[in-house]
Design a protein around this ligand. Structure first.
Ligand SMILES: [Mg+2]
Length: 255
């Protein structure tokens, strides 16, 4: 019953997922040029996006595309990813774990383990509506590169015998291309790859199904010590993990 209620709440919220039914102005307040410079407006947009303050989700405002492009392409994005992963590395080094067999790290895939920046480069850096057909065509190429710091951390975790568990919003139908892409990008030795079996036309939110998958892991005895994602929906909800790490993503929002 609880699941059904969650599902309906999720479906309701999905009407705004990735800004598909609201205008930009209803998601992100328009800029008042008499009081706010473009630079400050876009900086505030990026801040609010990263800390998850937008009530109905967001799309990148058109006038902020050049800022987001600069952020992604000129090194700050890579530096921020590196800084987040360095904290995860410090955390893991200082852990005392007793249940070695069931110690687990959960990682998201898109914009956490694999980078879709080449796709967003040709899709206005997030300023246009999400196009599932075009995005799936990109995913099917299985050519996304790893986020290098994440790959490096995963290699360390695997060598330390952690259970590395990928949980992704990609549908089960993309399992083969996802495995192919993960391997091509350098990932190996993971314990599980959990895709979204429930993802149909009437999708539930990422937060709801990722929570249910993590609850399943805990039921199977796994202890989730760390969880890394680029969306708040990766790292909130139930069984989120003892410590979560939020990677930057100013390109898109998934509820
Ligand atoms: Mg992601």
């Amino acid at each position: 019953m609880k699941f059904v209620v969650t599902l309906f709440a999720a479906l309701h919220f999905l009407s705004t997922a990735r800004g598909q039914s609201l205008h930009h102005e209803e998601l992100v307040s328009a800029r008042d040029p008499s009081t706010t410079t473009l630079s400050r407006y876009c900086s505030s947009f990026q801040f609010n996006a990263e800390v998850n303050n937008f009530v109905n989700g967001w799309l990148v405002p058109g006038e902020c595309v050049s800022r987001i492009k600069r952020y992604i392409e000129k090194g700050q994005y890579a530096a921020d990813v590196e800084a987040v992963i360095n904290q995860a590395r410090i955390y893991v080094k200082n852990l005392t774990v007793t249940n070695e067999a069931k110690k687990a790290w959960v990682l998201d895939i898109d914009e956490t383990s694999l980078s879709n920046v080449p796709y967003y480069r040709t899709h206005s850096y997030g300023a246009t509506k999400f196009n599932a057909t075009e995005f799936n065509a990109w995913v099917d190429q299985a050519s996304a590169a790893a986020l290098a710091p994440t790959l490096s951390l995963v290699k360390e975790l695997v060598s330390l015998r952690w259970n590395v568990i990928f949980i992704t919003g990609r549908p089960e139908s993309q399992r083969q291309v996802t495995v192919k892409n993960l391997k091509a990008a350098g990932y190996k030795g993971w314990t599980k790859l959990l895709l979204n079996a429930a993802q149909t036309n009437a999708r539930m939110t990422a937060m709801a199904y990722k929570s249910s998958l993590r609850e399943g892991l805990v039921k199977d005895g796994y202890e989730i010590w760390g969880n890394i994602g680029d969306q708040w929906s990766d790292i909130s909800g139930s069984a989120a993990g003892n410590k979560v790490f939020k990677l930057p993503n100013p390109l898109y929002f998934i509820p």
